[in-house]
Design a protein around this ligand. Structure first.
Ligand SMILES: NC(=O)C1=CN([C@@H]2O[C@H](COP(=O)(O)OP(=O)(O)OC[C@H]3O[C@@H](n4cnc5c(N)ncnc54)[C@H](OP(=O)(O)O)[C@@H]3O)[C@@H](O)[C@H]2O)C=CC1
Ligand SMILES: O=C1O[C@H](COP(=O)(O)O)[C@@H](O)[C@H](O)[C@H]1O
Length: 509
């Protein structure tokens, strides 16, 4: 008998190559993302021997921390947010490569100091001039940081230096275009890694494999068989302590324009002719370009926003968005958005794509559900035989997996039908999950693989798509007009109505 531990499906492909020894410079090193995700991801990669021992991290932020304090903070992050330090010997080796260089993004002198420090560290750690600059700071700092890195000639060597930019990339089409122009002035597109951590999720990558490695699904993947597609990313958390950022962002900028749009593009794009970064990104780009909000003359028919009010989560009362710390009591920032898109191409003409995302929803769940058409003619007349259309669900998180809903005859003398599920769960086949998206993305960046990063034209096309809603919602209006939903419920009534008008319903999750 094969035990789970011997299951060959759990082994996966062995990493063949190690990236070159590199200095990873984190701007925003005293912030949440560096401590909670980025340094733990690098430590895990080193633990798994996917990084060379010379791997070096230099943290930059304004706080006057010492190297030792930075090391303590990062250790705390690894202990609290990943599977721990493991061997002390490994930590000892890794922490010797952690350095901190205080600096201010707005101050030219900080870049000169950093440049000199990196040369020193480079020699000490034998990192051969390889540098990866990661902007883990608020988006308003991106333009200045990139300009200054360029002016200090820190991105000049295109074969040895990379620039990683967190999301959101711009706050609308024109700022994204301006940011792309700045990036183009200081480095080449092949040096640039625009992060969208959803692309690092195993199950999001599985969308490609599921569609293009199975002969049975792709022939059905079109307007002939599919009635509509729903993409949901629901979170239970509220704004937490991120109001400073979220108040300038909201659900459309924070989630829909990037994460949901990437999932959408992978679901709807044509098969790429190769598994390489440009082939995949070009197909994503083409389908986003062919997409539009379903009714540009009546936006309310295809774009709904909402803000959570007070309510209950897991049996505990929670406050409404406008009462959260750092939030304007008259804030018009949406914490929920739902949109209906249509694609003008042969494959998808007439098939609506409904996307929704929100905070303080009843459940944390992300999925893509493909709703097939009803049978063209039913030979079963009785009410007990009313077959529901088939639904294929790709569960992105949690309970990652795939399920197909179809009809079967219920046992017994009467002819009665019932929907059942054929289910694949990652957890039961492969054992524990493969880890956080950042592990994969950081490693790909060091290996020079841009497949899971977004290209400049793709980002701009995604902004273009949501521009009508951004413009309409940013026109000043009476704060009492903001649609609200009770925390712990599935969003404003208008989101239900958007589908009801089409004779459809959101999938019950
Ligand atoms: N946190 C998360 O879960 C996620 C975050 N992101 C993105 O990651 C980025 C960072 O987010 P997060 O870590 O949460 O943000 P934080 O607010 O926690 O951290 C911001 C960092 O920026 C530093 N900083 C602020 N001003 C300056 C300045 N003038 N010069 C140099 N450093 C400065 C701060 O340090 P100091 O005050 O010492 O200068 C701090 O280290 C953002 O773009 C966010 O959108 C994306 C996905 C998830
Ligand atoms: O980028 C972001 O993503 C998280 C949700 O990520 P997930 O991996 O937990 O699904 C979201 O909470 C946050 O607001 C946003 O900035």
């Amino acid at each position: 008998m094969v035990t789970l531990l011997e299951n060959p499906l759990r082994i996966g492909l062995q990493q063949q190559q190690l990236p070159e020894p590199t200095i990873v410079v984190f701007f925003g090193a005293s912030g949440d993302l560096t401590k909670r995700k980025l340094v733990p991801a690098l430590y895990k990669l080193r633990k798994e021997r996917k990084l060379p021992p010379e791997i070096t991290i230099v943290g930059v932020a304004r706080r006057e921390w010492s190297h030792e304090h930075f090391r303590e903070q990062m250790r705390e992050g690894i202990e609290e947010f990943s599977d721990g330090i493991g061997s002390e010997e490994l930590w000892e080796e890794f922490s010797q490569g952690l350095f901190y260089c205080p600096g201010n993004i707005d101050n030219e002198m900080s870049y000169q100091k950093l440049k000199a420090f990196l040369s020193e560290v480079d020699e000490q750690r034998n990192t051969r001039g390889n540098r990866m600059f990661y902007l883990s700071v608020a988006p308003r700092f991106f333009p200045e940081a990139i300009r200054q890195l360029g002016a200090a000639e820190m991105l000049h060597d295109s074969s040895k230096t990379r620039l990683v930019i967190e999301k959101p990339f711009g706050r609308d089409l024109s700022s994204a275009q301006a940011l792309n122009r700045i990036v183009n002035q200081v480095c080449r597109e092949e040096q640039v890694y625009r992060i969208d951590h959803y692309l690092g999720k195993e199950t999001v990558q599985n969308l490609l494999l599921f569609r293009f490695a199975n002969a049975i699904f792709e022939p059905l993947w079109n307007r002939q068989y599919i009635d509509h597609i729903q993409i949901t990313v629901a979170e239970t958390v509220g704004v937490e302590d991120r109001a400073g950022y979220y108040e300038h962002s909201g659900a459309l900028r924070d989630m829909l324009q990037n994460h949901l749009m990437q999932v959408f593009a992978l679901t709807a794009m044509e098969p790429p002719n190769a598994l390489d970064a440009d082939a995949i990104r070009s197909e994503k780009m083409k389908v986003i370009q062919a997409t539009h909000l379903a009714d540009l003359h009546h936006l309310e028919n295809c774009a709904v926003r909402g803000q959570y009010g007070e309510g209950w989560m897991k049996g505990k009362p929670v406050q409404g968005y406008r009462k959260e710390d750092g939030v304007d009591p008259e804030s018009m920032n949406p914490t929920f958005v739902a949109m209906k898109f249509e694609i003008d191409n042969w494959r998808w003409q007439g098939v609506p794509f409904y996307l929704r995302t929100g905070k303080r929803m009843p459940k944390k769940v992300s999925e893509v559900s493909i709703h097939f058409r009803s049978v063209p003619h039913t030979i079963f007349q009785s009410a007990a035989m009313q077959a529901s259309p088939n639904v294929l669900t790709l569960r992105l998180q949690p309970n990652e997996g795939v399920s197909l809903k179809f009809e079967v005859k219920m046992p017994g003398g009467n002819l009665r039908s019932r929907s059942v599920d054929m289910d694949f769960a990652y957890g039961s086949v492969f054992g524990k999950s493969s880890g956080d998206a950042y592990d994969r993305l950081l490693l790909d960046c060091m290996m020079g693989d841009q497949t899971l990063f977004t290209r400049s034209d793709e980002v701009e096309a995604a902004w273009r798509l949501v521009t009508p809603a951004l413009m309409a919602w940013e026109t000043p209006t009476d704060p009492s007009k903001m649609p609200t939903y009770e925390a712990g419920t599935w969003a404003p009534r208008a989101a239900e109505e958007m589908l009801e008008r089409d004779g459809r319903k959101w999938r019950r999750l």
